[in-house]
Design a protein. Structure first.
Length: 120
């Protein structure tokens, strides 16, 4: 018969697996968003005037995504614990969107819902 301690341990392990999955979703979405912006910048009509607000916005998003992916890359080599995932996912949810993409909005909405159950 399982004890309360073993059920709690199993629950924490399941929570950790869920948190890892959410973190992979975030990383995958940021890479996808950067790829889309990279493609959009590559195919942007030239010449590009310095005052082109749309291009400047894309360029800003690209830089922000690149910096975030570099930061995230530093965590790939570390063994993250539950608290690390909770902090990182919470920071992502609280941050401003990286792109204007609907897929990122959907991810953030889903993360908020799932995170409330495992991020405590």
């Amino acid at each position: 018969m399982p004890t309360v301690t073993s059920r709690r341990t199993i629950g924490r392990e399941e929570d950790l697996a869920t948190l890892r999955s959410l973190w992979r979703d975030i990383t995958r979405d940021l890479r996808r968003g950067k790829h889309l912006i990279d493609e959009e910048i590559r195919s942007y009509p030239t010449p590009i005037p310095r005052c082109d607000a749309q291009f400047n916005h894309l360029y800003e998003q690209q830089g922000r995504l690149a910096r975030e992916l570099d930061r995230i890359g530093g965590f790939a080599e570390k063994s993250l614990g539950r608290g690390d995932y909770v902090r990182l996912i919470g920071e992502f949810i609280a941050s401003a969107p990286y792109t204007d993409d609907g897929a990122e909005r959907e991810l953030r909405f889903r993360l908020k819902a799932e995170f409330t159950t495992v991020g405590k």
